[in-house]
Design a protein. Structure first.
Length: 459
């Protein structure tokens, strides 16, 4: 969303006025509008946050991008920084701190209240990609022998400090999780009814050590706004809310896009990453791809005699290998996306294989017909290939069918194979698949050429 020119002019006009007017203006805006204002006027970002009420400041801060958050914290007075960090929810605070160098984290941790410090250190103690890093301890828990009236009174008393009151969590006296119940069910129930008579014992829960992708999948499949997080003894430790999962899903999507592009995932914003570190992220894959492409030169050297006898074959090498690489990249991208969305699993490999066999054959036939037609037409008009036009056209057409079919199969199967062995399917990037198909495409092309022209041009 972008701000209207009138809104921007209004902010410019009040900058020359008194501080109280600025605070009143900012505190009357939507949080999203304040965030856009910070992006529009980066030179005033810390002043804008500093003039908001502390609760609105923390609400705005948590939706800013990480580079902006870092600058705001760096420029704010120490007291305002302490207030801001203490007001952030535990999960949002942890998400921000894990983006900072350890030395900075140690200093900021000291500014937290004892209870908030204890919670934050506990969350930072979980593995980086685990559900434990996402959860917040700010939830409402009740016991099963409470009445609905007691639960509602409890919500009125402590609900203001909870991350959400849409779902209430039922535990026993030892904190063992029993069930969750939507606030709607409580409101509609008889006030004298006990909670154990309201719950249905059908719940979805996450383990604190689960991968964050597991949480994302659980939310998608179960249409929940929050899910409980348990330890191995079913003790309720916290909850994960849908807004945190959406942020994580966006990050994972960005990482996959970077990997598909043929680079390691960046763990910092592009403009914030040191040049040497960015170089290291990119050079590894470039070296791997370069060494792989050297196999293409080796393959061409193997068919050197064939090329010498029929130089015209070399003209179509870029056409052949690029078609195979393009079809492989297409298939790879489609399968990676389908796996990321949970549309297919490793067990579906044979279904994928059958579909891609047919798809590759159809795609290859279309390109093969176009290639055959182009060679024949060119020879008919310009007599480029002489008496061997039909043989060359047949070689190009059949080779295109084979290379495109092979590219499609390789591109679709490689992500599944990588997933099978525990690797990230996104690493079967388009450049990697294209490089693989380049080498094998040459073998297919010259093998077809030898079969068709061994009695003529390649004699």
């Amino acid at each position: 969303m972008s701000l209207s020119p009138e809104y921007i002019d209004q902010f410019r006009n009040i900058q020359s006025e008194d501080v109280l007017h600025i605070r009143e203006f900012l505190n009357n805006q939507n949080i999203s509008d304040v965030a856009e204002l910070i992006y529009e006027f980066p030179e005033f970002e810390s002043q804008i946050i500093g003039n908001l009420s502390i609760h609105r400041a923390s609400s705005t801060f948590k939706i800013l991008d990480v580079p902006t958050q870092k600058r705001v914290i760096q420029d704010l007075p120490a007291l305002k920084t302490a207030e801001l960090l203490n007001d952030l929810s535990a999960d949002d605070r942890t998400s921000f701190l894990e983006e900072l160098p350890s030395e900075v984290v140690k200093e900021l941790i000291k500014t937290l209240d004892p209870e908030e410090r204890k919670i934050t250190l506990a969350l930072l103690g979980y593995p980086e990609s685990s559900v434990g890093r996402l959860m917040t301890p700010d939830y409402i828990a009740v016991e099963k022998d409470w009445t609905v009236r007691e639960v509602i009174d409890h919500i009125r008393e402590v609900g203001r400090d909870s991350e959400t009151i849409d779902v209430i969590y039922v535990v026993d006296e030892k904190g063992v999780f029993i069930d969750d119940v939507r606030i709607r069910e409580i409101i509609l129930a008889n006030p004298e009814k006990k909670i154990e008579d309201v719950i249905d014992n059908r719940y979805i829960a996450l383990n604190v050590n689960d991968d964050q992708e597991t949480a994302s999948e659980a939310f998608k499949m179960n249409n929940r706004v929050a899910l409980p997080v348990l330890d191995n003894n079913k003790i309720l430790l916290g909850i994960v809310t849908i807004d945190d999962v959406l942020w994580i899903t966006q990050q994972q999507f960005s990482e996959d896009i970077q990997k598909i592009g043929g680079t390691e995932a960046l763990d910092e914003p592009y403009l914030e990453m040191p040049l040497l570190k960015l170089f290291k992220k990119r050079i590894v894959w470039l070296v791997v791809l370069f060494l792989s492409e050297m196999l293409t030169a080796t393959a061409m050297g193997y068919f050197e005699d064939e090329i010498a006898k029929a130089v015209v074959l070399a003209v179509f090498i870029p056409l052949i290998i690029s078609s195979g690489g393009n079809s492989g990249s297409q298939a790879s991208t489609l399968i990676i996306q389908a796996m990321a969305l949970g549309e297919l699993t490793i067990a579906d490999w044979w279904r994928v294989m059958r579909r891609e066999l047919l798809s590759g054959l159809l795609l290859g036939l279309v390109l093969g017909i176009i290639g055959f037609t182009r060679v024949m037409l060119w020879n008919q008009i310009f007599h480029t290939y002489g008496d061997h036009g039909a043989l060359i056209a047949s070689t190009v057409g059949i080779a295109l069918i084979g290379v495109v079919l092979w590219g499609t199969i390789a591109g679709s199967m490689l992500p599944i194979v990588l997933k099978k062995f525990g690797a990230d399917p996104a690493t079967s990037s388009a450049p990697f698949v294209a490089t693989l198909v380049d080498v094998t495409g040459l073998v297919i092309y010259f093998s077809v050429a030898f079969l068709i022209m061994h009695d003529t041009l390649l004699k």
